[in-house]
Ligand binder design. Structure first.
Ligand SMILES: *[C@@H]1O[C@H](CO)[C@@H](O)[C@H](O)[C@H]1NC(C)=O
Ligand SMILES: *[C@@H]1O[C@H](CO)[C@@H](O)[C@H](O)[C@H]1NC(C)=O
Length: 671
């Protein structure tokens, strides 16, 4: 009780000062336009979220420095009210980092908010929020009365016992305001309206009962937040808050609902408040950061490294539908700090990063990369399979062991390796470096895409955005391409009468045996199939099946058609129906199997296929014409065409076909 009274006093004084200060700086133009003589522009801190302010429309002054990433912003143009008001204003371009006046208007909640990078602020995505706001320049509209003081929802008072808290809500003797004392009933109304934005005790059974009528909610949203989602007026529009007479006074311009500290202390409530994001769907990667914990790096630099990780965790919208991130620290030996499933949102991840302590020892990055290849990206550790694997290795100076071999193995295991070298060896130090050009040897290409050199630890923060841009560009993540995981393979199968039912089964077995060798998923190798006679039909496309089991089943289910042999038309059809839907970063492989000479011309369709970058293998059985196979096949023909005298010998060619595919892959640049 005593504390309440004391803080109460403090807040009154604070309030007084704020009014005094804002009064002195009040804008003359604004006073002209707005009739109310007492109108002043209230001021808020960078961290104040729109949801904390109950007023539906207001002009407010932001201080300088709100561009800081610690003030979270969710959405683009329309922002979830969970966002920092001033941060959103900078993101939308209405304000710059030097602060100023803005006009804020609440609008209805959205079913999705998309994050974007704009004006130096990275906003995050959010699946759904109960209320939004838009920001425009701080020019008041004619005829609209803006509040000269804001009505805040209160975290502290609500956390206190209701009986005691009531007192704190009573109207303070603020000069120039005409609000009536707030009764306990009004307080209830106010708390219900704002509680979504605060850390609250469980709701009363009566409010809780409305939950069931609501639609889907953000994951992790608590039920007591849910019922408030629908609390009338406030959620959907800004001109109808008076629907509840008990709330009336709180909406009156000039009325002030004080909480103990005037400016809401949101730290108190972030725990229960943070909307649980599904993650940025445009950056769905499984990430491992390998951080340097060697003794030589020193405490201070190690802290900078942690800050860098925290910045990355912040800028990436971590979540099960977006990027996931784990951290491995290496010294003499590596150790996982946490894996992909330990912390699945940016906030928890940042908190965990803060707690990492330095291991000390040497700087054995190679050993760490091997460790990550063997252990980190396992299913048990949260590897999703359908998301590219990325390992970012941070090295202070140079590693004390070799990284080339370990990195090559990692890449062949499907891991995209990025190297960040901070304060690399100077000319004088180069003699000490264990493996010259280690960074170039570790990555798949030396074009600079996968390696970053940072002059000084103190400028490391500048690499956050460039790095994330690369990591999230999943179509360019080609550093882990292998023969097995990087193709779209389209089988073109001759189903003509001469083949016969039994042999057709053998052909399907051959198709299955080749498919089996590849790593199959949405992001790895994909398989499609066309059967043809005179006519053609799509048996299944690249997007139809995304697991090996499904593919093998689909192959089994292909029914024998029987008819003529129009191979040329079939190639055209495969280009249109299959390969048109191939992704740009995939190797396009066509494997055509036929048992006879084509009735139509194959020359032109084959040229078109080659011209379009479809690498074509022609496999002829029994009556197939060798010269025709060579026309169909990509150059050099002897590498891409095969002739088998009978169907029973087809199986012998499985390893040969695979070998040729991989030999060719390995002889070509991989980007
Ligand atoms: C290191 O790489 C650069 C360019 O990538 C090359 O010019 C240089 O010869 C390489 N040095 C060594 C020792 O391999
Ligand atoms: C496919 O593989 C199975 C099992 O290895 C083998 O028995 C069969 O002969 C193969 N068939 C063809 C056509 O490759």
């Amino acid at each position: 009780m005593g504390i309440v009274v004391l803080t109460m006093k403090a807040s009154v004084i604070e309030m007084f000062l704020v009014l005094l200060v804002t009064g002195i700086h009040s804008n003359k133009d604004m006073n002209k336009k707005i009739k109310r003589p007492k109108f002043t522009v209230p001021q808020i801190n960078c961290d104040v979220k729109a949801g904390k302010i109950i007023n539906p429309e207001f002009v407010v002054k932001c201080p300088a420095g709100c561009q800081d990433p610690k003030y979270h912003v969710y959405g683009t143009d329309i922002y979830a009210s969970y966002s920092s008001v001033c941060g959103a204003a900078i993101h939308s371009g209405v304000l710059d980092n030097s602060g100023g006046k803005i006009l804020v208007r609440k609008v209805a909640g959205q079913s999705g908010y998309k994050g974007s990078y704009s004006n130096g602020v990275q906003s995050l995505s959010l699946p759904r929020w109960r209320e939004s706001f838009v920001v425009s320049e701080g020019k008041p509209q004619k005829g609209v009365t803006y509040p000269s003081a804001l009505t805040y929802s209160s975290a502290k008072s609500l956390a206190a016992k209701t009986g005691e808290a009531t007192k704190a809500y009573q109207k303070p003797p603020v000069p120039g305001t005409t609000a009536q004392p707030v009764t306990p009933m009004q307080v209830t109304g106010a708390t219900a309206t704002e509680a979504t934005a605060t850390s609250l005790p469980k709701p009363s059974p009566s409010t809780g009962s409305t939950t069931s009528s609501l639609g889907p909610q953000p994951v992790g949203h608590r039920s007591w937040e849910l019922d408030l989602w629908s609390t009338s007026s406030y959620a959907s529009g800004h001109h109808s808050p008076r629907a509840n007479p008990g709330e009336m006074d709180l909406w009156q311009p000039g009325s002030v609902l004080l909480d103990a500290g005037f400016v809401p202390k949101e730290e108190l409530s972030t725990q229960s408040l943070e909307p649980v994001s599904q993650g940025d769907p445009n950056c769905k990667v499984d990430l491992s950061f390998l951080i340097d914990g060697s003794s030589s790096i020193g405490k201070r630099r190690f802290r900078i490294q942690k800050q860098f990780l925290a910045d990355v965790a912040q800028a990436l919208d971590i979540g099960p539908g977006g990027p996931l991130m784990g951290v491995v620290q290496y010294g003499d030996n590596p150790a996982a700090q946490f894996n992909l499933r330990t912390h699945v949102n940016s906030r928890d991840l940042k908190a965990a990063i803060e707690k990492i302590t330095q291991r000390g020892g040497l700087s054995n990055a190679g050993r760490a990369i091997s460790y990550v290849t063997k252990n980190f990206f396992s299913k048990a550790n949260g590897n999703r399979g359908a998301a590219p694997n990325v390992a970012v290795v941070i090295v202070d100076g140079w590693p004390t062991d070799k990284v080339e071999e370990a990195s090559r193995f990692a890449r062949e295991s499907g891991i995209n390796i990025f190297f960040i070298t901070v304060e690399g060896a100077t000319e004088n130090e180069k003699q000490y470096v264990t493996e010259p050009n280690f960074s170039n040897k570790a990555v798949c290409r030396t074009n600079g895409f996968y390696s970053l050199n940072v002059q000084s630890w103190f400028s490391l923060h500048k690499t956050v955005q460039p790095l994330l841009k690369r990591i999230c560009d999943t179509d360019r993540l080609a550093c882990s391409k292998t023969c097995w995981n990087s193709a779209d393979i389209g089988f073109v199968i001759d189903g003509s009468s001469s083949v016969g039912t039994g042999n057709f089964r053998t052909v399907l077995q051959f198709v299955a045996n080749i498919s089996k060798e590849f790593e199959i998923s949405e992001t790895d190798t994909r398989i499609g199939a066309v059967q043809y006679t005179y006519e053609q039909r799509l048996e299944f496309g690249f997007e139809d099946h995304s697991t090996k089991a499904d593919i093998l089943n689909a192959i089994k289910r292909v029914g024998y058609w029987s008819g003529g042999t129009s191979t040329g038309a079939a190639i055209n059809y495969a280009l249109e129906q299959l390969f048109k839907k191939s992704k740009p970063n995939k190797r396009k492989l066509m494997i055509l199997i036929t048992d006879g000479r084509s009735y139509d011309d194959v020359r032109i369709p084959s040229m078109v296929a080659h011209h379009k970058g479809v690498i074509t293998y022609a496999i002829g059985v029994a009556w197939a014409a060798q010269d025709e196979l060579e026309v169909i096949a990509t150059h050099p023909a002897n590498h891409h065409s095969f002739f088998v005298d009978e169907f029973d010998n087809l199986h012998k060619f499985v390893p040969k076909v695979i070998q040729n595919i991989c030999t060719e892959f390995n002889s070509q640049p991989r980007n």
